[in-house]
Design a protein around this ligand. Structure first.
Ligand SMILES: CC(C)(COP(=O)(O)OP(=O)(O)OC[C@H]1O[C@@H](n2cnc3c(N)ncnc32)[C@H](O)[C@@H]1OP(=O)(O)O)[C@@H](O)C(=O)NCCC(=O)NCCS
Length: 157
């Protein structure tokens, strides 16, 4: 992927179908088993899914897919363009996910992450998530999944 110039002040907005070409490039660069276009289209269509992008000047630099149903919300996918990482964009997306989940009335926000994904685990701990369990050999390469959650009724953090 060609290097993108540093962008100032990306804003979070709902994902649209027009964003998918750009975010697929980030998805493929970020995951060994990336989601396909159909996954993202399904997220846009699903009643209880809430997909967002972080974008500056129509350039998508990150995105987040989450679902929220009754008292439980879940982070399904989050990634930031490789050349835009380390600038707080994922933190912005996580703060947004937490406020959306609260708005929808969720009491718990949960996720699962590869045990080797230290950057993501740090991000989630920074956002107030705690480890609640381990699913052994959960991923296609038999890597463990760390289960994490944040209780949303604690208003402090
Ligand atoms: C994980 C990811 C989303 C972080 O995005 P980012 O925009 O670079 O993250 P931020 O700049 O907002 O950093 C927020 C926190 O994450 C943690 N973090 C981010 N990158 C890190 C790294 N390379 N190493 C260790 N911790 C890291 C830090 O705790 C950081 O807070 P701090 O800077 O105050 O210490 C990004 O690396 C990514 O897209 N990875 C590939 C996709 C992925 O793994 N998604 C998660 C799937 S579960």
């Amino acid at each position: 992927m060609p290097a993108m110039p540093l962008l100032t002040g990306p804003k979070i907005r709902p994902m649209t179908e027009k964003d998918i070409d750009q975010l697929l490039i980030i998805e493929v660069a970020s995951f060994s088993a990336p989601w396909t276009r159909e996954h993202f289209v399904a997220e846009l269509d699903a009643q209880y899914s809430f997909p967002y992008v972080a974008a500056a000047d129509d350039v998508v630099v990150g995105y987040l897919c989450m679902m929220s149903l009754f008292e439980e919300a879940q982070i399904l996918d989050i990634a930031v363009a490789p050349d835009q990482r380390g600038r707080g964009i994922a933190r912005l997306l996580m703060d947004h996910a937490i406020s959306v989940a609260r708005e929808k009335g969720a009491e718990l926000l949960s996720l699962e992450v590869r045990a080797s994904n230290i950057a993501a685990i740090n991000l989630y701990e920074r956002s107030g998530f705690v480890r609640t369990g381990l699913r052994q050999k959960y991923y296609e390469n038999r890597e463990d999944a760390v289960l994490m959650e944040k209780r949303l009724l604690d208003k402090c953090c």
